[in-house]
Design a protein around this ligand. Sequence first.
Ligand code: AMP
Length: 425
Amino acid sequence: MSSYDAADTATRVLVLNSGSSSLKYQLLDMRDGARLAVGMVERIGEKTSRLVHTLPESGGDSSDGGSSGGEGGRERTGRFADHAKALEAVADELAHDGIGLDSPELAAIGHRVVHGGLRFSEPALIDDGVLAEIERLVPLAPLHNPANLLGIRTARALRPDLPQVAVFDTAFHTTMPEYAARYAIDTATADAHRIRRYGFHGTSHAYVSRRTAELLGKDPSEVNVIVLHLGNGASASAVAGGRCVDTSMGLTPLEGLVMGTRSGDIDPAVTFHLRRVAGMSVDEIDELLNKKSGLVGLCGDNDMREIRRRIDEGDERARLAFGIYIHRLKKYIGAYSAVLGRVDAVAFTAGVGENAAEVREAAVAGLEALGLAMDAKRNAVRSGEPRIVSPDGARTVVAVVPTDEELEIARQTFALIGEDRPAIA
Ligand code: AMP
């Protein structure tokens, strides 16, 4: 059998997303995007770790914005001392189902890597040089890149012969023009410390903007889209003809929209004030703005379902938090309408964007001058499919487009390792 034949039958991609104490994974078949296994290991390195492994029905989409299980789940608790032990346990689970890491159908492993800096505008086939570059970017993502590196090194040790690909959260945003990416601070200082706007959630913005074009029956090069990725983390992007021209997150994921626990945009002098007047340390301010702000800081809850429930009961703090969240969202829709000039679609995605009809309704309300309108009946429909929620004939289409970062990572990984393989949407 020629190597071409062997490669031809290898149609599966394992996607790994490693955090500092967690490892999420999905095994996908790239002939049709079917999910063969989905799971995660939590609390790696702690006293009791937990592995949850599920076998979704083939092609099953998660329809509720969460990572809900599916059929045939298995759970294991024990102690996985490090990422190597966790991945070995995952490999055992996959082998138990006859879809192990050594099966000839496995074509590659795709790794989510948070920060690719300016160096990576595309996915990269991992070698020692790429690993060194990701390492060099650690100061820009001190929490994430080391965890991502750990996952890559562990997977390489287990299958050194298998192609492994890094797919970067920042890559989609590298097309931003310099005037959108640069902060208006001293150029020499900015350059010396690589301070600029990088943006995040890029894999989701890429996927959703492309799917939105499909929903409109157009090629991505023909449409301008505002993507609103509203999850616990949240970001907006302006995508012109398939290329990102602006996004709301910056040097770090702290900038931009009001999020579950992050403040989003504030006057940077707030931090000086907290340091000088409130006597807080830099680490305390970091924690305040990243973990104790946003919706949770405003009203004590970061789950939109809980906030809506409280509003229905007449809770004023929850109502104000919701109002601040929506006000910021509207400002970004307006700003990106100006950046794009012509907006063909506004696409809502991620946990809040896909599920919270009230957020979509409130964000669009009053923006008729921008061509935006909502069809209340369509907006109330719950579905895991991409769908239009604006009335027929609206100048700008409002859409709900469920994101799928794992499928996008798998797609980019598969595309990189062989041009002559079957392509999926
Ligand atoms: P993500 O980060 O994309 O997983 O989104 C998580 C967030 O989605 C949660 O914190 C909730 O605020 C929100 N969410 C999930 N399901 C719903 C729902 N049915 N209604 C409103 N918000 C939801």
